[in-house]
Design a protein around this ligand. Structure first.
Ligand code: BF8
Length: 639
């Protein structure tokens, strides 16, 4: 009931109701079927890291069969979750890096559109650029990125050395948390947490920071920089988004997932006269391409290709009955999507060997054998268009909502818009912009769909806090109109003036989740410009609706850089909640505290990195917490 009442996008509400009436099962039905959830699992107190258990720990049973204590179990679950996310982003980075190599060697028919980024990264790494072709330089940069992903010996991650601020590197060195590589930290984490591994939970908090830094500098930077090298640095542009971009009389193709490589080619093929003609012959007036999740955001940022929705909207988008084909690559493609696709006769094409779906057509992209890329992309485009003829028109239900947005906010685009770092810093100092909050992450069925994202951000911009966003959160904000320059009218007087005079929105959609690096770079460089350590700056990381394991590393990345987190739902850390939350059976443990919660929310972590986690599931109170944090930082800075 709350979901239907509070979901901010009328299109989502409409489709949820429609699918319910039609008897089509969605996450909402399955979420209800899972109630009540296991309180041990919810709080990270179930240990399944050997075959002696599973052991459930609580106040009465404070140790598992092997003797592992409660704090070690919580931390082991948490850090394992982080490295699962690291693995996902790592695999994403791996694909893009290998594609650069294939493009540089002429094996893949892909241009290197991001010459500016290739040279920029090469210079930061101290590579020779004079007298070399862009392909040679790109290949060498790609080799460094690949090494950062998989090095097993103790040489610092080179991208970390190139991009992280000196003060932070010294802090991490003192704490002994400088990582080797993404792959090594995954191995070490699983090693530390298997049966008979570490029984000192504090060493796992160190591993948490170490793995997060590997996550940040080998997989996030790896994916984001490599994609910019291949396809260019996005620039601001106006686009139309939301479910209403689908058209009854057009071929509707949705692209979904995270890796931008093959879809780039598919898009190129769809735009050829051959495929456009094929669509007309099939009786369509044209072809609509829409994006979901992070692949959608990549194409939105670079080409203004409209996005439709996020992870929890994927079933709803197919529920329009108007989608002829959905092309998916890797990650966040939920099995429920195929169930809905089958109800409406939507063709599903998978393009990644890691993400197979029973019953889908599989046309994979392999960066190590990329010779067939053009042919395969053309095959996908043809199949996608031909599916139009088989659409069951009696089941179409397309909501009318469309929303305008200004997108493409790369690091460079943001800096240029404000007349350089100096310009943005001046606005922060004089208080026209009170602070910057990056509001990001997934959706969770534990809160009304997209409600927390939109409610928090509305309150932040009202308080003159500039917002950057990525991932599923950004789909919610895009569809709510908050990424449109017109949303300036909802901002406080300072931010309103800033946005109006530049014609920009108060919420800057910076890209997919790996592009959180764009905000991080902005935070790093603004602190340096101000001559202030990062933990002192008026910046906050906000994750209102954590869902995927990938988000754990995002939050801890920012914590390691001294940026506090405001998290909307406890996730895998059983931090003491101010009051009971739906789904988490309140007992003594919830209301009290525990060493792990004390570490993250209290002074333990703060003393090490200068940041802590605030958990606030109620969005209005979360916004209040963020305002309070920013006010406190500003007061301390004398701003
Ligand atoms: O990487 S926000 S549900 S779509 S994990 Fe996935 Fe979460 Fe969405 Fe993109 Ni990010």
């Amino acid at each position: 009931e709350d979901v239907l009442r509070l979901t901010p996008n009328p299109a989502s509400k409409d489709l949820l109701e429609y699918l319910h009436q039609e008897g089509v099962e969605t996450w909402l039905d399955r979420y209800e079927a899972q109630q009540p959830m296991c309180g041990y699992g919810l709080r990270g107190l179930c240990c399944r890291m050997c075959q002696w258990g599973p052991c459930r720990l609580d106040n009465k049973r404070q140790r598992g069969i092997c003797g592992r204590d409660l704090s070690t179990v919580i931390m082991a679950n948490l850090v394992r979750s982080l490295v699962a996310g690291l693995a996902a982003h790592g695999r994403h980075a791996h694909e893009v890096i290998l594609t650069i190599m294939a493009a540089a060697e002429g094996k893949a028919n892909l241009p290197l559109k991001g010459e500016e980024r290739v040279l920029d990264v090469a210079n930061r790494l101290g590579l020779t650029t004079d007298g070399r072709t862009i392909k040679e330089i790109a290949r060498e940069v790609a080799e460094v990125l690949l090494e950062d992903l998989g090095r097993l010996t103790m040489t610092p991650i080179r991208i970390l050395t190139a991009y992280a601020p000196r003060e932070r590197i010294e802090t991490w060195q003192t704490l002994g948390v400088l990582p080797r590589s993404g792959a090594y930290e995954i191995m070490e984490t699983l090693h530390m947490t298997t049966l008979g591994g570490t029984s000192d939970w504090t060493s796992l908090t160190e591993q948490e920071l170490r793995a997060a830094l590997a996550y940040c500098y080998s997989t996030l930077f790896g994916s984001s920089l490599a994609t910019e090298m291949l396809f260019g640095i996005p620039r601001p542009k106006v686009a139309t988004v939301n479910y209403g971009i689908l058209k009854e009389d057009h071929v509707n193709i949705l692209i979904h997932g995270h890796s931008p490589v093959m879809v780039e080619k598919i898009l190129e093929k769809i735009r050829t006269p051959e495929i456009q003609e094929l669509a007309r012959k099939a009786g369509a007036k044209g072809i609509v391409v829409g994006g979901m999740c992070c692949t959608g955001e990549e194409l939105l940022a670079r080409y203004g290709v409209p996005t439709v929705t996020n992870i929890m909207g994927q079933e709803l988008a197919l529920g329009t009955g108007a989608v002829d084909t959905v092309v998916v690559d890797m990650q966040c493609v939920i099995p429920g999507m195929k169930i809905v696709a089958d109800c409406f006769g939507t063709q599903v094409i998978t393009t990644c060997n890691s993400n197979r779906i029973p019953g889908a057509i599989h046309i994979p992209f392999d960066p190590e054998n990329p010779e067939g890329l053009d042919e395969d992309a053309l095959k996908v485009a043809r199949l996608a268009v031909e599916a139009f003829a088989h659409r069951d028109r009696s089941k179409m239900h397309i909501p009318r909502e469309t929303t305008e947005a200004m997108v493409g906010w790369s690091y460079e685009a943001i800096v240029d818009t404000f007349g350089g770092l100096k310009g943005l810093l001046e606005l922060l100092r004089e208080g026209k912009i009170k602070g910057i909050a990056t509001v990001v992450g997934c959706n969770t069925p534990k809160v009304p769909y997209e409600f927390n994202h939109v409610t928090i951000v509305r309150r932040l911009i009202e308080s003159d806090i500039l917002v950057t966003t990525t991932g599923c959160c950004s789909h919610a904000l895009l569809n709510a109109g908050l990424c449109s320059p017109a949303a300036a009218s909802q901002a406080g007087p300072g931010l309103q003036e800033v946005c109006r005079s530049r014609g920009i929105p108060p919420v800057l959609a910076v890209g997919g989740c790996v592009d959180n690096t764009r905000t991080l770079r902005l935070f790093i460089d603004l602190a340096e410009e101000a001559g202030v350590a990062m933990p002192k700056m008026p910046f906050v990381f906000v994750g209102p609706e954590p869902g995927n394991e990938k988000t754990v590393g995002q939050g801890v990345t920012f914590l390691a850089h001294g940026i506090s987190n405001v998290i909307g739902f406890p996730g895998p850390i059983p931090v003491p909640l101010p009051r009971p939350v739906a789904g988490a059976a309140p007992d003594e443990y919830d209301r009290g505290s525990n060493p792990v919660a004390d570490f993250f929310a209290g002074d333990g972590l703060y003393e090490k990195v200068g940041a802590r986690i605030y958990t606030e599931p109620y969005p209005k109170l979360a916004a209040q917490t963020i305002r309070m944090l920013i006010r406190r930082q500003r007061l301390a800075l004398g701003w």
